[in-house]
Design a protein around this ligand. Structure first.
Ligand SMILES: [Mn+2]
Length: 291
């Protein structure tokens, strides 16, 4: 067999390109956007986001509360179409839209928007406006969202982890193969804020004796980056990093950045306005006054 010098050179160049691409990849994890598209664009500009080089991960909740939910989903779809590596982890508000979709998919696939009152009852004040702008590809993007994402020593989820979940995070995506009890436990990844002291997930109205899930997390999935808890600043306890800095409540939109050399830091931009259609959670008011 005869190997030409040009072939060897070509293979060599491809390997160098591959190595450079791996070497250059940054991980950018973005907190709850909630329809704050202008702030998302500002944040990506501030980070000098490179669509062909950076890996972009959203902690979920692209929709609801802010002014441009449908436009944000469309923007993320455009990034994917333009060759960006984008992972969109499902949040509880995304799940709410998916439950609506499951109920009304016949009408939605024909791009017929269900009545205003119905949309707003399920989805909140901006539900009808958002639904009327959503196209088939936007629903497909939502339908494909995983419940977790893991890379290296970082795991991204929307809500929290119960200490009763023992399988590896990549298996958490495969929720169809689990029993309904197990599936409910896995879906709780989108909703958890507090746990009972024994690590189990409390009932909806239960409040006594609960502890933040972060206090019980033992580090078994590496660093956990999450959203879902709007606070005035990044919450960081050595094993978990909360990056929902309440953009739709007029605070900031935050990204966690992991550089190719594994160095981690966060970057944020100010919200242009107070957007949310409801008053901020008590917790946010408390943290905001404490700072
Ligand atoms: Mn949220």
């Amino acid at each position: 067999m005869c190997i030409h010098f040009e072939d060897v050179l070509k293979i060599h160049m491809e390997l160098i390109t591959l190595h450079c691409n791996c070497f250059m990849t940054r991980l950018l994890v973005i907190g709850d956007v909630h329809g704050c598209l202008i702030e998302l664009e500002n944040l990506l500009r501030k980070l000098r986001y490179q669509i062909k080089q950076d890996r972009l991960v959203f902690v979920g909740d692209l929709l609801n509360k802010g002014p441009s939910g449908a436009e944000t989903i469309s923007f993320v779809n455009d990034l994917k179409d333009d060759g960006g590596e984008v992972i969109y982890v499902r949040g509880n508000h995304d799940e709410k839209y998916l439950q609506f979709y499951n109920q009304f998919s016949n009408r939605l696939l024909k791009e017929q928007t269900p009545p205003r009152r119905l949309c707003q009852g399920w989805l909140g004040p901006d539900g009808h406006k958002t639904i009327s702008k959503m196209k088939g590809r936007d629903w497909r993007l939502l339908l494909g969202t995983p419940l977790s994402f893991q890379t290296g020593n970082i795991t991204v989820i929307h809500g929290g982890l119960s200490s009763k979940i023992h399988c590896k995070p990549k298996h958490l995506l495969d929720s169809k193969s689990f029993s309904s009890k197990r599936r409910a436990q896995i879906k709780s990844l989108m909703y958890i804020r507090y746990l009972r002291r024994d690590g189990t997930v409390p009932n909806h109205n239960e409040t006594r004796g609960l502890v933040p899930w972060q206090d019980l997390y033992d580090g078994r999935f590496g660093w956990v980056v999450y959203g879902h808890q709007p606070t005035s600043h990044v919450l960081h306890n050595g094993k978990t990093i909360g990056i929902d800095t309440a953009c739709c409540y007029g605070n900031r939109l935050t990204a966690l950045v992991q550089e190719p050399d594994s160095q981690i830091y966060w970057e944020s931009v100010s919200a242009r306005s107070f957007y949310a259609n409801c008053s901020p959670p008590k917790r946010l008011k408390r943290v905001a006054t404490a700072v």
